[in-house]
Structure formats: C-alpha cells, structure tokens
Design a protein around this ligand. Structure first.
Ligand SMILES: Cc1ncc(COP(=O)(O)O)c(C=O)c1O
Length: 382
C-alpha cells in the first residue's frame, strides 16, 4: 500500500473547505471538473430509465446498446472500425487506467508516462511493482513530448506507453505529426499504448488526433474516453475503454471482480449523451475558451508568472520560476494568504516543479476575483 499514490486535488479541496468552515472566502481553481450541470436531455434519460426498471445488475462489460453506440462513435471520430466486443464500459475514465496497468504491467516491466501528468498513472505503475519511466513534457514544445527523448526511453522491458492529449495538467495537445512520429518510434515492437483521450472534445485550437487512427496501431492501443468532462457528468461515474476483444474480455473480468457493472440507468443516459444533441458540449467548450483567454492574459500581467495559451482541456499551467518560490510553497501561500486554491505543479510529478495548475472550470467572475487576489498577493509578497 505504501507504493500507492494519490490525487492531491482532493486533499487541497479538503484544506480549502476547512478554511471556508472558519469563515474564509476561497476561490476554487483546484478541482478538474466542469462547473456546468449535466445537460437536461441526459438527466431526463436517466430518470426515465430509473422508472423503467434499469435498477438492476447488467453485463460487466456494459449494456449492449451503449457498447454499440460507443463503437459507432469511436469508429467515426477515430476513423477506425470498432466493434462492440472491443468496448468495455466502466465507472469513469479512471478504472481504465487502473485495469490497463493492472492487466499489462508487473515487476520487471517498464511503463513510460507523461510527467507532469495525471498522478494516477505513476501511482498505479508503482503499485503493480513496475518501473515508472517519466517522459518530460517540455514548455518549450508547448508541453508536447520530445520524440527523440521518447525513443531513448524505450527498451525491451517497455510494456506500455501512456499518452494523454489534450493533457492534464498542461493543456498541451499532441499534433498529428507527433502522433505519427510516436507510432513510428514504437514501430512493430510489442508495446501497448494507453491513450487517455478524456478531454478529446475540449479542444480550442486545431483538432484532436488519436494514435488509434494510425494504421497498425489499433491492435496495440487502449483508448480511454468517457462522459465526465465532455458532458459534465463527473458524479455519474461513466467512462469506457476501447481495446482488442481478447484484452477487453480480461478487463471485463476485472470489472466482474471489482464493480460487477457500471450503474445501469447511467448507461442508458450515456446512450442519450452520445446520440442526443451535442450543442451543450460546444457551448461549454466556447465558455472554457473565454475563461482560458481571461486567465492566461491575467496571469501574464502578474509579476513572476508566465503562462502559455493551452490548446485544450480546462487547465492553465503557468511557469512561476521567476517568483523564486517552490511550487508547493507558492500554492500553499495562495490558498492561505490570498484565498485562491490552485495545485502545485509537483502534484503531477517531479517535472511539475516551477509551475502551478489552475482549473478554469469556474465562472468569469470568480476567475477575475482570483486574478485580483493573486495579483495583490504578488505585489505584496514578491
Ligand atoms: C487525464 C485524466 N484522465 C482520466 C481522468 C479520470 O476521469 P473520471 O473522473 O471519468 O474517472 C481525469 C480526471 O481528472 C483526467 O484528468
């Protein structure tokens, strides 16, 4: 158990709530979830499903109708031919990380993962006893990865490479040429890729590119996507993995051993989410873009902060090296002294030192308030 890590966002939230309980006003920019409500058509589909009796166990791999819908949707968006047998529905995107690493890696194996990156990757790699090999995401490359560096990390012990685009925490987006170069670098080696595409619909500039679309990669790829971010459904616990059928079978068995199945009425709502109107996704994305622009422009006015314009997801990841402060100390000071909850870049791995992560999943008004507070704090303290 000592090898298992955690996600600091939840700890900072607890700290922020404790300050609020003492009467402090805190602007929450630490948690990565849309502040919007789930669209009404999806909620209606779920309540309807509850009344119709979708209150029982279902198949471990997911309801056939949802697996079919996901297969169609992924076939279209990733330009590959996906069948329902290749889809496993799970409670959120996270279980696909958990199950893939559990199924594929063990002592003696190496897993390459993005750093700074979603902390659960490193946590799970360490947990199963494999070696966690970080690939550094570099600010000078817009937080994409350096292909030569990746090539240098691959060896005959490499079992799995984890990609995440659009990326948490940097908002970096892999371009088509990156994806092609990564596939070229892997070549015909027997290495699996876990492609975490949970932010695939939240892109502000350019398009989403998936390694699954590249010829010859589908069989070696586990695609992770879900409903949490795209449809503001974090509390519903709905996600999925797409992988070759003989691996999907094992992941479904892990579901039988852990959750039995994903909530049946949530899955009926998932069909509506994918098949119903998509205008709420576009609206949410446009709103995140406005907030991103405001946040980045504001941060760049503050002494010691320098922030790139992220191309996707709903985070900004300013460089704070000029402040002379360590990331964790700065994040603590902003929470305690300025009433702004953000995360230290180091919450996403060692290469996050020198950065902070702010989520822009909050109102324009609160973002303005946070910028004023951080600006005032910087004037007084730096
Ligand atoms: C990169 C990444 N992958 C996966 C997840 C997990 O999503 P879910 O809440 O659907 O489990 C998150 C959530 O923050 C994330 O940022």
């Amino acid at each position: 158990m000592e090898r298992l890590g955690t996600e600091t966002a939840f700890e900072v939230l607890v700290k922020a709530r404790a300050l609020e309980a003492k009467g402090r006003d805190i602007v929450h920019l630490e948690i990565g979830e849309p502040d919007f409500d789930t669209p009404a058509n999806i909620i209606d589909a779920a309540t309807d499903a509850l009344h119709k009796g979708f209150t029982h166990y279902g198949p471990s791999a997911g309801l056939p109708e949802l697996r079919e819908t996901i297969a169609q949707c992924v076939s279209e968006t990733r330009r590959v031919n996906v069948t329902p047998e290749e889809v496993v529905v799970v409670p959120g995107g996270k279980p696909i990380i958990f199950f893939s690493i559990l199924a594929l890696a063990e002592d003696g194996d190496e897993v390459i993962y993005p750093n700074p990156g979603f902390p659960i990757y490193e946590s799970m790699i360490n947990y199963v006893g494999a070696k966690a090999v970080p690939i550094r995401l570099r600010e000078e490359l817009d937080f994409r990865l350096d292909i030569d560096e990746l090539a240098g990390l691959i060896n005959n012990r490499t079992k799995l490479i984890i990609l995440n685009s659009p990326q948490n925490p940097t908002g970096g987006v892999l371009e088509e040429r990156d994806i092609e170069a990564i596939a070229d670098t892997i070549g015909d080696r027997d290495i699996m890729v876990l492609s975490d595409e949970i932010y695939s619909r939240l892109i502000f500039e350019g398009e989403h590119h998936s390694i699954m679309s590249i010829d010859g990669m589908k069989e070696r790829c586990i695609l992770l996507d879900g409903f949490s971010k795209t449809y503001a459904m974090t509390g519903w616990r709905m996600g999925y993995g797409v992988m070759r059928a003989n691996l999907a079978m094992h992941v479904a068995r892990l579901m039988t051993n852990s959750n039995s199945c994903t909530a049946s009425f949530s899955q009926v709502a998932g069909v509506e989410a994918l098949r119903g109107p998509q205008d709420s996704v576009d609206k949410m994305c446009a709103e995140f873009k406005k907030r991103r622009d405001l946040m980045v422009a504001g941060l760049n006015e503050i002494k010691g902060f320098a922030c790139l314009l992220p191309k996707g997801a709903f985070y900004v990841f300013p460089n704070i090296k000029e402040t002379g402060w360590r990331s964790k100390k700065l994040a603590d000071a902003l929470l305690e002294d300025a009433g702004v909850a953000a995360l230290s870049g180091t919450a996403f791995g060692d290469f996050g030192e020198g950065y902070l992560r702010f989520s822009v999943a909050n109102s324009i008004e609160n973002i303005e308030k946070a910028l004023d507070r951080v600006g005032e704090w910087a004037k007084k303290s730096l």
